[in-house]
Write a protein that binds this ligand. Structure first.
Ligand code: NDP
Ligand SMILES: Nc1nc(O)c(N)c(N[C@@H]2O[C@H](COP(=O)(O)O)[C@@H](O)[C@H]2O)n1
Length: 227
């Protein structure tokens, strides 16, 4: 089965950090990059984040531009792409902005380790898809998303989900805005977290484009998965 075309979009500091050591959201992008991100959301079938990002940032993942929302509507789509949270243990708060803000479908991807009562509560707010035992089985989930008609998937982090998707060979492209600031801190999350690759398994990239944007640089990379 064809997997969705999947890209990661992220903003990082000049030292590769995507937030602070307290995992607090930092404004790294300028207005132009935020607008570019909004356009990516508006042109995607679904936007995915990890539960760490929901708990840290309370992201709504909505399309901010009214014109883009109207354009989606006029084509018969919901105003916002399907919003997906990767949340093995069903920890997504019921009052999270992702449920409160904006119209459109939500998917909470849980695993067999999610408590039944929490799953039941989430089912009142979203479609709940269960894969895997302890953690969400991302490959199985991606197949299911594909069977639902999701062709273009935007992954918005954070570090742990980025690692899990990349190390499972599920990402086609990575778009990284590099901003004009240094965050520092060994424990501050970087673009890709997780356990990391050993030397023989390091994932190669091909540079697609490089563009000066706001006070930083936008890098677009293709992931070479088949080496
Ligand atoms: N600058 C930027 O562009 C962005 C920055 N961020 C920042 O990133 C930080 C959050 O990143 P992080 O803490 O890494 O959290 P993530 O958002 O990456 O979520 C990670 C969690 O996903 C869950 N998960 C479920 N299934 C899997 C799986 N198969 N593999 C891996 N994880 C899985 C795990 O929790 P469980 O086991 O409970 O399911 C895991 O802890 C915040 O500080 C946020 O501000 C986030 C997005 C964009
Ligand atoms: N692209 C980008 N640039 C930055 O400077 C950022 N701080 C982020 N952060 C992520 O943007 C998302 C916020 O979404 P909503 O505005 O709530 O819809 C969230 O995922 C942040 O972590 N991104």
């Amino acid at each position: 089965m064809d997997m969705p075309f999947t890209f990661i979009n992220s903003a990082m500091s000049a030292d590769g950090k995507i937030s602070t050591k307290e995992r607090k959201q930092v404004r790294i992008s300028g207005d132009v990059d935020f607008d570019r991100m909004d356009d990516l959301r508006a042109t995607s079938d679904a936007v995915m984040v990890g539960i760490g990002t929901i708990l840290a940032d309370d992201s709504s993942l909505t399309v901010k531009s009214e014109a883009r929302r109207s354009s989606r509507k006029s084509k018969g789509y919901d105003e916002n792409p399907i919003r997906i949270v990767i949340d093995s243990k069903a920890r997504t708060p019921l009052d999270a902005d992702i449920f409160i803000k904006g119209e459109g479908k939500r998917i909470i991807a849980v695993s067999g380790s999610a408590p039944a009562d929490k799953v039941e509560m989430l089912q009142q707010k979203a479609l709940v898809i269960k894969t895997g035992y302890e953690q969400v089985d991302l490959c199985a989930l991606m197949k299911e998303l594909s069977s639902m008609g999701i062709r273009r998937l935007m992954v918005e982090g954070g570090a742990t989900l980025n690692w899990a998707m990349l190390s499972s060979g599920l990402v086609d492209e990575v778009y990284s805005f590099v901003g004009n600031l240094l965050i520092g801190g060994t424990s501050a999350p970087t673009l890709v977290g997780g356990v990391g690759f050993v030397e023989n398994d390091i994932l190669p990239l091909k540079l697609m484009s490089l563009e000066k944007m706001d006070e930083g640089v936008l890098l677009k990379w293709a992931v070479i998965n088949d080496v």
